[in-house]
Design a protein around this ligand. Structure first.
Ligand code: HEM
Length: 502
């Protein structure tokens, strides 16, 4: 009896092993080099066990294969491709975009899923077409005064902390500013009036950016969430954004105001009840989308999520690097002082455009710490990878590691060194369009890129007008990334903030 039991368990284990390794000869058969997979986890064991951030894992795999243009990998049990070659990346992201217009992350048809980031092509095209106008220069220009107000309050808050002798956790501190600006610019809300705001924020943050194991299930059975219509976000989150949108719609009595912000655009679109996508040829049938409350809440959600955390992480990495490099910090401060003097202490769109060195420091920060990484696309059809013998099959996922490319010494000599001069106009002019990808590239790049730059530079101009940052040697030795995050964020660290003597 005992032997039968052991034999049964051993057979079951063996069958399970065969099942979870069944695809592992896929890349070998196609003569594509890649890291050796581990049963069940493929090459993402460290990610699935929440030991390492996904961006770091992809970056390491990129580094392991310096002579390959493409690398064959397994996301859990499913084969996928990592592209290392810049011309191939350009073909996928830009030139042959129509073959790769899905990000491959869509899930349910309900709730918050139909947002610009997660949506598949048919819905995405309509949304992108209608929401791009929110981010034009004119719209951004009109929003700078809102950002400036948030910046002033932020500086006051930091001054108060300094007076109390507190050393705040930097990332958490900057989130206060980014949430306030996105609340004001997107929804016309005064964040300071929201009760218990940091608690609400923390709750949202955990839900939005902490991966759940359902992601691994989707990697093993790609598309299963979509097929089963499973919503990956809890009801609480949908409810929060439903309520937010309803509150703002009611405040404005259902009509656009003259703020010309995100909610105004939504209210304009809402009057049409249906929105249309672009028509790219005479034959193409125009896609329309009913503007349901779900669709509205989903866009509110993605602008909110995109608008506060990415910029907050970037700014905290930037302050960390400036604390490590005091000479660069002095250069930033000097530039801020000069520009602020010229504009009578007012942050305007024009003033921000003159903060050239700060822009270089910002770009160099995102080179070393690309927040949303890796980039990903799903093949819409079988596609022959240019310059190779390989055909990617319809439905397969293709990844591009911005972190890997950004630390590749072929494009950035001495890549671990923080050096903003890499982004001087002369040094940037000859760079391959896919050698720098913090905001992705092509028609599906980051829609909020310019908003993020203006939002961050406003905060940084205000901050460095008033303070300097420094850190203890042990803080400044090494950044440690949080493993349990979709996006790149550092483990909590504290910097000393010292008011400048003006
Ligand atoms: C420093 C700040 C930011 C960084 C580093 C960043 C980075 C990125 C990246 C890498 C992508 C994917 C691009 C691709 O696949 O090619 C993306 C997409 C996106 N981002 Fe950002 N982002 C930032 C700020 C923002 C802001 C402020 C917003 C909104 C207000 C935003 C909204 C979005 C949306 C909606 C998408 C999906 C676009 C689409 O699929 O059409 N992001 N972002």
């Amino acid at each position: 009896m005992m032997y039968t039991y052991v034999a049964l368990v051993a057979t079951a284990c063996y069958l399970f092993y065969l099942y979870v390794t069944r695809n592992f000869s896929y890349w070998k058969q196609r003569h594509v080099n890649g890291p050796r997979p581990v049963a069940l986890f493929g090459n993402l064991q460290a990610v699935a066990l929440r030991r390492q951030n996904i961006a770091v894992v992809f970056r390491d795999i990129y580094k392991q294969f310096p002579n390959e243009k493409i690398v064959g990998m397994y996301r859990m049990t499913t084969p996928c491709l990592l592209v290392r070659d810049l011309d191939i990346a350009k073909a996928i992201l830009i030139k042959d975009f129509d073959c790769f217009s899905d990000r491959g992350v869509s899930f349910s048809e309900r709730g918050l899923s139909n947002n610009l980031f997660h949506a598949d092509t048919d819905i995405w095209r309509v949304l992108r077409n209608r929401f791009t106008p929110i981010f034009t220069s004119t719209k951004l220009k009109n929003m700078v005064y809102l950002m400036e107000q948030s910046g002033d309050r932020f500086v006051e808050y930091v001054r108060q902390l300094c007076a109390e002798g507190q050393e705040p956790q930097l990332h958490r501190l900057i989130q206060r500013y980014t949430v306030a600006t996105i609340s004001a610019c997107a929804f016309g809300l005064d964040f300071d009036t929201i009760a218990d705001k940091m608690h609400v924020l923390q709750k949202l943050d955990n839900v939005i950016f902490s991966p759940s194991f359902i992601d691994e299930v989707d990697m093993m059975y790609p598309g299963i969430l979509r097929k089963l219509n499973i919503d990956i976000f809890p009801k609480d989150l949908s409810k929060f954004f439903d309520t937010l949108v309803t509150t703002v719609v009611n405040q404005r009595k259902g009509k656009p105001t003259n703020r010309r912000d995100f909610m105004d655009l939504i209210l304009e679109l809402r009057q049409q009840s249906e929105i249309q996508g672009p028509k790219r040829s005479v034959e193409e049938q125009q896609r329309t989308l009913e503007l349901t409350d779900d669709i509205i809440a989903a866009q509110a959600f993605v602008f909110y999520a995109g608008g506060y955390e990415t910029s907050a992480s970037t700014m905290s990495f930037m302050m960390y690097e400036l604390a490590r490099n005091p000479d660069m910090q002095e250069r930033v401060i000097q530039e801020v002082d000069e520009v602020m003097r010229k504009y009578d202490g007012k942050v305007t769109f024009e003033a921000l455009n003159e903060l050239k060195y700060m822009e270089q420091v910002f770009d160099e920060t995102l080179r070393l710490y690309p927040i949303v990484d890796p980039l990903q696309r799903r093949a819409q059809q079988d596609y022959r990878i240019p310059g190779t013998e390989l055909t990617v099959k319809k439905g397969q996922m293709v990844f591009i590691s911005a972190g890997g490319i950004h630390r590749d010494e072929r494009y950035y000599p001495d890549p671990e060194r923080f050096d903003p001069d890499r982004f001087s106009p002369e040094n940037s002019s000859n760079r391959h369009p896919c050698a720098y990808l913090p905001f992705g590239a092509g028609p599906r790049n980051c829609i909020g890129m310019r908003f993020a730059r203006v939002q961050s530079k406003t905060c940084l101009a205000k901050f460095f007008s008033a303070f300097r940052v420094s850190g203890a040697p042990e803080t400044l030795r090494e950044v440690r990334f949080v493993p349990r995050r979709f996006i790149l964020a550092s483990e909590a660290f504290k910097l000393t903030i010292t008011p400048r003597k003006l």
